[in-house]
Design a protein around this ligand. Structure first.
Ligand code: SF4
Ligand code: SF4
Length: 422
């Protein structure tokens, strides 16, 4: 039997089996190094996602492709490494089209779950809104390449009974895409097709008719996870006038659902009115700011020039700005138009839409009508946002909890169930 090797991980000594890679060796010792490409001890490991970035003897490298050796000194959870991992996930979110509330994989998605685990509410990188075609041509599978993170799991693991590849990478560099070979895909059994969907760490591979088959509460990640402790780094500098704080709210390009949720707090509204008065808000129909506000709550992203003006005014007039709901955080459902050229969107809406009378309709254009933007922008791409409340819509009690904690300068903790963008 091979002699065990001694390694140090985050200052503690471990004896591990020789030949193991760091992700597996750490796992055997109860330590978790997150990864999206590594699975079932695939050999050699794929090393494609780089989320398992660790430091080995002072050098940054991927844990799944690094084998253990005697005397190895490994760091896996330093603040820098946690931040690097977080940044990689944020880049993946920004690079693909990840609209969790409308995604078939939501609740079963490894990347979404890692986002929750790392406390990611927003990507610090601008969204790309990729425009790849979604392949529905197979009778059984759909391929949403705009969600694919190019982990290569499907390429390596999904084969036909005669050993043929079903998935392959095409093109190179930033243009690399995964594609299905429809002839080979037809040879898979239904169980094998379902397996392909399940090993995909995101919702890129879908088997028609089998998505959304689990109700909320029964999905893979519905019940896991820890409580997040969120430090309210941006705090108010005063205690309100006579203990009463002023809150303004607005709805930009959203469906008003977040405001409906805000109003859904039942009896907590009495607690709220003890410490909050509303200034400019659709709730009380006050159209203009009458004073500086402690908190501005923003629903919706920016789809037109007026949204930008309003958002910038909120930034100027409010000490703390909170984006609540998916649309304000990443554009949400309105941002689905970002994949289609603006002209086509307008023609579809005003000229060729089902309710348009052919030949008589025009695209409205008047100086009084706000100019529509080239795409829908998340709020943090326009102004600085201090806090985010995810959800579509966020739960009423959760919104109130965050607002109250920020107003009272309390650190707040939110449960895994509350911290959701699905
Ligand atoms: S559930 Fe996963 S694949 Fe679907 S949009 Fe969210 S992160 Fe992307
Ligand atoms: S389709 Fe899924 S499994 Fe295949 S490379 Fe993309 S993310 Fe990975």
């Amino acid at each position: 039997m091979n002699k065990l090797v001694n390694i140090t991980i985050d200052g503690k000594q471990y004896e591990v089996k020789p030949g193991k890679n760091l992700v597996d060796a750490a796992k055997e010792n109860g330590l978790f190094i997150p990864t999206l490409c590594h699975f079932r001890e695939v050999n050699p490991p794929l090393g494609t996602c780089r989320i398992c970035t660790v430091s080995v003897d002072g050098k940054t490298t991927s844990g799944c492709t690094t084998k253990v050796y005697e005397g190895m000194n490994v760091e896996i959870n330093s603040p820098e490494l946690l931040n690097t991992r977080k940044a990689i996930i944020e880049m993946l979110f920004a690079e693909g089209n990840h609209f969790c509330p409308s995604c078939e994989k939501s609740g079963n998605c490894d990347m979404q779950n890692l986002g929750y685990e790392m406390g990611i509410t927003v990507s610090r990188f601008p969204h790309v809104y990729s425009k790849n075609l979604v392949d529905f041509t197979s009778n059984r599978m759909a391929m949403e390449t705009n969600r694919c993170i190019l982990c290569k799991r499907c390429v390596e693991d999904v084969k036909t009974y005669d050993g043929k590849d079903v998935f392959s990478f095409v093109k190179r560099g930033v243009k690399t895409r995964v594609q299905i070979d429809h002839e080979e895909e037809a040879k898979l059994t239904d169980t094998e097709a379902k397996h392909a969907m399940d090993i995909c760490p995101v919702g890129a591979i879908l088997v028609k008719g089998t998505t959304h088959y689990q109700p909320f509460g029964h999905r893979k990640y519905d019940n896991g996870g820890k409580t997040k402790h969120i430090n309210t780094s941006k705090k108010l500098k005063h205690n309100g006038d006579n203990g009463i704080f002023t809150v303004a709210t607005t709805s930009l390009a959203g469906c008003f659902g977040c405001h409906m949720s805000l109003l859904d707090i039942d009896l907590s509204i009495l607690d709220m009115l003890d410490i909050v008065e509303f200034n400019k808000s659709p709730i009380n129909d006050i159209k203009k700011f009458t004073k500086r506000c402690d908190i501005g709550l923003i629903e919706g992203g920016c789809a037109n020039s007026e949204n930008i003006e309003v958002l910038k005014e909120f930034r100027k007039k409010c000490d703390i700005l909170i984006a609540f709901g998916e649309c304000s955080i990443m554009g949400g459902i309105p941002a689905m138009r970002n994949f289609v050229p603006l002209e086509e969107c307008l023609e579809e809406a005003y000229i060729h839409g089902l309710t348009s009378e052919i030949g008589t309709n025009t695209i409205p254009n008047h100086e009084d009508i706000p100019k529509i933007l080239d795409r829908v922008y998340p709020c943090n791409e326009i102004v600085k946002i201090d806090h985010y409340i995810p959800g579509c819509p966020p739960d009423a009690q959760h919104i109130w909890k965050v607002v109250k904690n920020v107003l009272l300068n309390e650190d707040y903790s939110i449960t895994h169930e509350e911290f959701k963008y699905d």
